[in-house]
Ligand binder design. Structure first.
Ligand code: C2E
Ligand code: CA
Ligand code: CA
Ligand code: CA
Length: 278
């Protein structure tokens, strides 16, 4: 027994060491990723009840020379722990503005794009100013930028929060709550904040078309009712099947995003969607 225990400790040690080594390697390489031009944005369309394009969500991709394509699920947590999310977040907004300007230059229609914002980025004292600077530099018609925040970010002092969000709103930014229903819900003051969009988390959508998914259907219906009651639009993320889409349509959901509609696309393929919009 003693022997086994020791072996399992050694195994445990090795596992921890491997995990932190991987973390360290990601951190080292991520530090250089911006200057080496390894980050890029993919775009996933969101459509309305008639299937018309309404906006895109920008999703970060890292094409590392050493590691190959790294999922944001792996590198965003490292970026948050190391503070690298601040320069990366600024890169995302700057690149988004550059891309939208480029599409405008090509005569494509102006379609709003959404950026994901991490908690650390949002908590940064300069966040609103960073957004203001990027908007001023972009010199695009108002309304092109959406920001996806998570519920957990909205737990601070309500007055500070309200001021910060109102400033963003006054800059012409549309605010959405991402992964709605999975965080600590701020239901009691949701109506006090200038939020326009609720995104139902994929975990509720995933099983929606299975016969025993009564809980998921109740939660989805409740989020749609709440959103509409507060004058917000409701988006379903991660819609993968016709069945899920039909249930959401009957439930009154406004906007749809997921593989059933389209996968996240590289910039060149995104242009095809923009042309279809015309
Ligand atoms: P998220 O904001 O909830 O984004 C949705 C994720 O679901 C994306 O994963 C998207 O590719 C994926 N997805 C979309 N439709 C479907 C579907 O029908 N089925 C399935 N199974 N998945 C679908 P992705 O691109 O790997 O991003 C993962 C997470 O990384 C995002 O979750 C977001 O939290 C974070 N992230 C991505 N880009 C950024 C960024 O620029 N900044 C920050 N702070 N976080 C980002
Ligand atoms: Ca998102
Ligand atoms: Ca999210
Ligand atoms: Ca999600």
């Amino acid at each position: 027994a003693k022997h086994t225990l020791r072996n399992s400790f050694q195994f445990f040690d090795a596992a921890i060491t491997n995990a932190s080594l991987e973390q360290l390697q990601i951190e080292t390489l991520l530090r250089r990723a911006i200057e080496r031009n390894e980050l890029l944005l993919y775009y996933q369309p969101k459509v309305d009840r008639s299937g018309n394009l309404t906006s895109f969500e920008a999703l970060l991709r890292w094409n590392s020379a050493e590691l190959g394509m790294v999922s944001p699920v792996r590198f965003i947590p490292v970026a948050e722990e190391t503070g690298l999310i601040i320069p990366i977040g600024i890169w995302v907004l700057t690149e988004l503005a550059r891309q939208v300007r480029e599409w405008q230059r090509q005569g494509l229609p102006l379609v709003p794009v959404a950026a994901n914002v991490s908690a650390l980025q949002f908590a940064h004292v300069d966040f609103v100013q960073q957004v203001a600077d990027i908007l001023a530099q972009a010199a695009l018609p108002a309304g092109w930028l959406e920001l996806e925040l998570t519920e957990t970010m909205l737990m601070g002092q309500i007055e500070d929060l309200r001021r910060q969000l109102t400033e963003l709103r006054q800059l012409g930014v549309t605010l959405a709550i991402d992964d709605f229903g999975t965080g600590y819900s701020s239901l009691s003051y949701l109506h006090l904040l200038p939020i326009s969009i609720l995104k139902i988390d994929r975990s509720f959508i995933m099983r929606l078309d299975q016969s025993d998914a009564t809980v998921e259907r109740s939660i989805t219906n409740a989020i749609i009712a709440l959103g509409h009651h507060l004058g917000m639009q409701v988006v379903a993320e991660g819609v993968e099947t016709e069945g899920q889409f039909q249930i959401l349509l009957s439930a009154g959901c406004d906007l749809f995003q997921g593989y059933y509609i389209e996968r996240p696309l590289p910039p060149d393929e995104t242009v095809a969607w923009l042309r279809r919009k015309v």
